[in-house]
Design a protein around this ligand. Structure first.
Ligand code: NAD
Length: 346
């Protein structure tokens, strides 16, 4: 792992150096599904880049990794252009940063009133967009670079928890559902045990295993991987030629939307809750952190989203993420392990 923080170095050189490293790490992570550094190391570099760019705005370029979402879509798949871009999330790593996030939102809204948040675990898989037309699953795509993703419809059809046809009678003509495909811990352990036995390469973590399994050219392989799915938002919603129900179908609360999706058969993570004020968010984070090891799937933090859709619209987006949501991330497990070791020796 390369960790250089030289004060004598010019900011421009350091920025170039970080960009080159992040470029390489993105390729390994998003394209090859094979990271070579821990996420914490990647996150540190990204933070340093964002800070340097904030101090030297003239050095911030449009192609900087701080301005972009994810990686490129693999050319082996048909490309899908997202009608509404699939963004990433900003992140905070401490209670102070979380409070600063809330304060920024309140300042922007010009109100000190408390805000309701939809609080969700941050699932460690990969984002997909599912398109239902007249209630039938017609297309599924990965996030890719946020604008263009990979057409993975055949592979998505093998995931048992994703309905091929929506339940119920009432749904919009066109409904794009967004959510996370992930590999439950038990499936991941079984897959790696099998790979070890066969002398094959093992996956670094369930996220990479999920990404590698979903981006298979042969969907028979995907079918054997026991992937699962939770919905966490909607993309494009509109009427179709034969169904005039459109956007008006949607609730004006993010949490209520997830419940609407659940009623159509799209699984919602059971840990998701609606918090009436920002006060509860830190407690939610602590609760989920305490539960982490017992959950049957991997998570790497919590996600907190302003629940009121009108407020979300008022807050809008920056280059790569919405202003109305943030990932409140857990301390990296790699770091936790090291800390525990140190404690032991003392
Ligand atoms: P991210 O994973 O930090 O956050 C955005 C993603 O969170 C969304 O796209 C979605 O897939 C997911 N998500 C999970 N639960 C969600 C929920 N409830 N609501 C909404 N979204 C939810 O961002 P990213 O852009 O996908 O990846 C960046 C992160 O990936 C980095 O912070 C780093 O940890 C890791 N990474 C690591 C390497 C490496 O080399 N180790 C390289 C690139 C990225």
């Amino acid at each position: 792992t390369i960790q250089i923080t030289m004060t004598t170095e010019s900011p421009s050189l350091r920025i170039d150096q970080i960009k080159a490293l992040i470029h390489q790490y993105n390729h390994e992570y998003y394209v090859l599904d094979n990271p070579t550094v821990p996420d914490a190391e990647y996150d540190r570099l990204m933070r340093e880049l964002i800070e340097l760019e904030a101090q030297h705005p003239d050095l911030k370029t449009l192609d900087s990794p701080s301005q972009k979402v994810g990686g490129e879509a693999l050319k082996a798949f048909e490309q899908v252009t997202h009608q509404i871009p699939m963004l990433s999330l900003d992140n905070v790593f401490s209670e102070q940063e979380w409070q600063a996030f809330v304060k920024r939102i309140q300042d922007r809204l010009g109100s000190q009133a408390s805000i309701s948040f939809c609080a969700e675990p941050k699932l460690d898989g990969l984002a997909v967009s599912l398109r239902y037309e007249d209630g039938v699953l017609v297309q599924a795509a990965t996030r890719g670079d946020g604008t263009t993703g990979e057409n993975i419809t055949d592979n998505i059809r093998t995931i048992k928890s994703i309905p091929l046809k929506l339940y119920g009678e009432q749904y919009p003509g066109v409904l794009e559902v967004r959510g996370e495909v992930f590999m439950p811990k038990a499936s991941f352990d079984a897959l790696n045990a099998k790979a070890a036995k066969a002398g094959d390469k093992q996956f670094a973590n369930p996220r990479n295993a999920a990404a590698g399994s979903l981006r298979q050219l042969d969907s028979k392989i995907t079918a054997k991987r026991n992937l699962a799915f939770y919905a966490y938002s909607v993309g494009y919603v509109g009427a179709s030629d034969s169904n005039e129900v459109g956007e008006e179908w949607l609730a004006q609360s993010h949490f209520a939307r997830l419940v609407q999706l659940k009623e159509l058969g799209l699984p919602m993570c059971p840990e998701v809750v609606l918090l009436m004020t920002e006060e509860g968010c830190d407690e939610f984070y602590q609760d989920i952190l305490a539960k982490r090891d017992q959950l049957p799937y991997e998570i790497d933090g919590t996600v907190l989203k302003v629940d009121d859709i009108a407020l979300q619209e008022q807050l809008g987006f920056v280059a790569r993420a919405p202003r109305w949501a943030t990932a409140y991330k857990f301390p990296a497990q790699e770091e936790l392990t090291i800390l525990e070791d140190v404690d032991f020796q003392v």
